[in-house]
Design a protein around this ligand. Structure first.
Ligand SMILES: NC(=O)c1ccc[n+]([C@@H]2O[C@H](COP(=O)([O-])OP(=O)(O)OC[C@H]3O[C@@H](n4cnc5c(N)ncnc54)[C@H](O)[C@@H]3O)[C@@H](O)[C@H]2O)c1
Length: 358
C-alpha cells in the first residue's frame, strides 16, 4: 500500500464516480449516426444522449419502421434504411453501431471504408477471428474503433474503482463477482445463442475484471452447468476463475447464475479484498471496512444507474478521445483481451481443463 493511502475516512464525492460530460465545444463538434434502432438503442443509447445533449444527426435500420420511430421519438433529423445514405452524410462524424453481433462484421468493414469512427455495441464479435479482422480493418483505414463496454462507466463500478485506486484496501488479492438473474426467456434470441451467458452477457463482467484489477489473466478455468428443463441451448450458470501473471498476488472469481427462478434472490455483488480492508458493492450501496477500524463499516449510497447513465459515459469517452486524437479507453485492440478471456472460458468449460493465455 502507498504510504499516503487514506484510511476509512477517504474523501469521496459524486464527482469522483459520475463521469463528466465532455466540454460543450466537443459535444457540438460531432454528429452521431446511429445504425441499428432496436431495443438497446431506443432504451438506453438515445435517452442517455438526449440527457447529455449529444447530437444524433441521422439514424438507420434495415427495418424502416424502426428507423422512423427512433427519429420521431428522439427528434433525429434524418432517418434511412440504407447504410450508404447515412455514411455519405457530412453531418455524420461517427457511427454508433447497435446491431446484433452476428450482423456486425460487414457493417464495420463498410463504415471503416467510409472513414467514419465507430462505437460498436458488445459483444464485439462472435469469434476471435472476426474480432481481429474488424480491428485490423479499422486500423488499416485509420478509423478509431471503440467497443461499448459501457459497464465501465456505470456509476457503481466507477465508485468501486475509485476506492481501489485510492489504495484504501491495500494490496487487493481477491476480486469476486456474484450475479443472480434469469434470462431463460421463451422465444428470445438469447436462449438460442450458443454460449450466450459467457460471450454475450458475461463479457461485461469479464471486461470489468480487467477494469478492477488492471490485469489480464494468464490462465482461465471455467465450470458451467445447466438447469434441468432449461430452454437455453447452452448452460446459463458459470464460474470463471482467472489467474494472473506470477507475482500479481491476486485472483478473480466470476460467478453468474442467470437462471434463478426466485426473482426475490436476484442481485449483483462485487467483493474486493485487500491486505488493509474490504469493499462490497451491492446494487447502489458501496460498503468499505478496514482492519484498523474494527467494528466499523462505511456505507456510501451511490447516485446514478448503469442503464442509461453509463451509455452517456462511454459515448462521452468516444467524443473526448476523438477530440484529443487519442485511442479510446475500450478500443478495439483493448477489447480483444476481453473476448479472448471469454472464448478461453468457453473452451475451459467444454474441455474441463484450464486454458493458458500465455
Ligand atoms: N450494453 C448492453 O448492456 C447491451 C444490452 C442489450 C443489448 N446489447 C447489444 O446491443 C446489440 C443490439 O441489441 P438489441 O437488444 O438492441 O437488439 P434488437 O434486435 O432489439 O435491435 C437490433 C436492431 O438492429 C437492426 N439491424 C439488424 N441488422 C441491421 C443492419 N444490417 N443494418 C441496420 N440495422 C440492422 C434490427 O432491425 C434491429 O432494429 C447487440 O449486440 C446486443 O448484444 C448490449
Amino acid at each position: 500500500m502507498a504510504a499516503d493511502a487514506p484510511g476509512l475516512d477517504f474523501a469521496f464525492s459524486e464527482a469522483d464516480y459520475r463521469p463528466a460530460a465532455p466540454p460543450p465545444e466537443v459535444v457540438a463538434r460531432y454528429g452521431i449516426g446511429l445504425v441499428g434502432c432496436g431495443g438497446i438503442a431506443r432504451g438506453a443509447h438515445l435517452p442517455a444522449y438526449r440527457r447529455a445533449g449529444y447530437r444524433v444527426t441521422a439514424c438507420c435500420d434495415v427495418v424502416e419502421a424502426s428507423a422512423r420511430k427512433a427519429a420521431a421519438d428522439f427528434g433525429i433529423p434524418f432517418w434511412t434504411s440504407e447504410l450508404d445514405a447515412l455514411l455519405s452524410r457530412p453531418d455524420v462524424d461517427l457511427v454508433d453501431l447497435a446491431v446484433p453481433a452476428a450482423e456486425r462484421r460487414p457493417l464495420v468493414e463498410a463504415i471503416a471504408r467510409a472513414g467514419k469512427p465507430i462505437l460498436s455495441q458488445k459483444p464485439f464479435a462472435l469469434s476471435m477471428d472476426d474480432a481481429r479482422a474488424m480491428v485490423e480493418a479499422c486500423a488499416r483505414a485509420g478509423v478509431p474503433l471503440m467497443i461499448n463496454q459501457q459497464a465501465r462507466w456505470a456509476p457503481a463500478h466507477r465508485a468501486l474503482r475509485r476506492v481501489l485506486d485510492l489504495g484504501v484496501l491495500g494490496h487487493v488479492y481477491s476480486v469476486l463477482h456474484v450475479l443472480r438473474s434469469w434470462q431463460d426467456e421463451p422465444g428470445s434470441w438469447y436462449v438460442r445463442m450458443p454460449d450466450f451467458n459467457i460471450v454475450d452477457h458475461g463479457i461485461h463482467f469479464i471486461d470489468l475484471s480487467r477494469f478492477f484489477t488492471g490485469l489480464s489473466p494468464r490462465r482461465v478455468k471455467a465450470l458451467t452447468t445447466r438447469m434441468p428443463g432449461q430452454l437455453a441451448v447452452t448452460p446459463m450458470i458459470y464460474t470463471i476463475a482467472l489467474e494472473y501473471p506470477e507475482g500479481s498476488e491476486v485472483m478473480t472469481t466470476l460467478h453468474f447464475n442467470n437462471i434463478v427462478r426466485a426473482a426475490e434472490t436476484h442481485g449483483s455483488t462485487w467483493y474486493a479484498d485487500g491486505t488493509e480492508g474490504s469493499a462490497v458493492l451491492a446494487g447502489d450501496l458501496l460498503s468499505v471496512a478496514r482492519r484498523d477500524r474494527p467494528g466499523e463499516k462505511r456505507t456510501l449510497r451511490l447516485r446514478g444507474r448503469w442503464f442509461p447513465d453509463a451509455f452517456g459515459g462511454s459515448m462521452g469517452e468516444m467524443l473526448t478521445a476523438l477530440a484529443e486524437g487519442r485511442e479510446p479507453a475500450t478500443s478495439g485492440w483493448d477489447n480483444l483481451a476481453s473476448i479472448r478471456i471469454a472464448y478461453a472460458a468457453v473452451e475451459s468449460a467444454a474441455t474441463g481443463g484450464a486454458v493458458d493465455l500465455g
